[in-house]
Write a protein that binds this ligand. Structure first.
Ligand SMILES: C[S@@+](CC[C@H](N)C(=O)[O-])C[C@H]1O[C@@H](n2cnc3c(N)ncnc32)[C@H](O)[C@@H]1O
Length: 297
């Protein structure tokens, strides 16, 4: 692919002023296989993880979890935990993991209750050795103002509507070390306006747009803006970003647009065409490779 650059003009100019160098060529690997084993990645090779797993106890993922032998809340989280373990292994010291997750509500044995996926994931990450950082609440403007669960206007059997998802942030070990005046780091800076919005706790970002394909919605693709912000906040030009639950390839696309390398794992082979379609654009830089592994489904 070409060497045209999408990175903001002002950032590029600053980078060139520092170094009179070109942006690094980037590579993007897509593995169609199970991320509970990421044999293609060495220990401490990844600078940043951005991902959104299937959400336990949300009905759209029941069949997928069932096909992997998981029926209960615990089994679903134990299954995801195998991937989180690999994430810990491959992340560099000081690297950040960003996990987008929503809680679930469900009637089980006649009782309506909350399944707090975000708190279970925090517990698992803490056990693995990650440090939990202040997290982001992604508030999706709702197009369903009547999503209220209950009847009428009298106490006390109604439920609060879940209209936020979590973007959990974790760090592995101490702060990341950079060489003094690392030009890639300085060229990757953000503006004050960006910082003020991106580092505030509530993000108002619309969910995936209606014009996106049926399959995109079925997979639960997240908006590009979410990945863009996280990638700019927690990585520098030339870094390697991992998404162990790649879905339609959103993370790879944003990495390609922003001069980061990437690796993505997706277990379902029927998403390959959608991934290729998303990445097959003249505006994306770097090369991508797709490898089919035997453990895909
Ligand atoms: C919530 S979706 C990710 C959507 C993605 N963020 C996007 O923008 O398209 C989760 C994805 O993880 C995949 N998946 C589930 N278990 C997996 C595993 N063990 N290894 C790799 N992919 C897995 C599912 O097939 C699904 O496509």
């Amino acid at each position: 692919m070409g060497t045209k650059l999408l990175y903001p003009e002002r950032v590029l100019k600053e980078y060139l002023r520092y170094n009179e160098l070109k942006m690094p060529e980037t590579e993007h690997k897509i593995i169609i296989g199970n991320s509970t084993q990421m044999d293609e990645i060495k220990d401490k090779e990844i600078h940043l993880i951005i991902t959104s797993p299937p959400y336990p106890m949300i009905e759209m993922w029941d069949d997928m979890f069932a096909s992997l032998g998981c029926q209960t809340y615990d089994e679903m989280h134990n299954y995801l935990a195998e991937t989180w373990k690999e994430c810990y292994r491959v992340l560099i010291d000081g690297g950040i993991a960003c996990i987008n997750i929503g809680d679930a509500t469900r009637k089980l044995n006649g009782t309506f209750k909350l399944f707090p996926n975000h708190s279970r994931i925090i517990e698992i990450f803490e056990k693995l050795g990650f440090d939990t950082l202040p997290y982001i609440l992604w508030k999706k403007p709702t197009n369903k103002p009547n999503a209220f669960l209950g009847s009428g206007f009298i106490p006390n059997n109604a439920y609060v509507t879940l209209d936020c998802e979590y973007i959990l942030l974790f760090r592995k070990n101490a702060l990341r070390k950079f060489k003094p005046k690392d030009p890639y780091r300085y060229a990757s800076h953000y503006t004050k306006e960006e910082r003020d919005v991106w580092f505030s706790q509530i993000w108002n970002i619309r969910g995936i747009r209606q014009e996106n394909s049926e399959l995109s919605r079925r997979v639960g693709a997240y908006p590009e803006e979410v990945v863009y912000r996280l990638l700019r906040m927690f990585s520098i030009i030339g870094d390697k970003v991992l998404d162990p639950f790649l879905g339609t390839g959103t993370t790879t696309k944003i990495a390609m647009e922003n001069n980061r390398n990437s690796i993505g794992y997706e277990i379902k082979e029927d998403l390959v065409n959608l991934i290729k379609k998303k990445l097959d654009s003249e505006n994306l830089y770097g090369k991508f490779f797709i490898r089919l592994r035997d453990d895909r489904i």
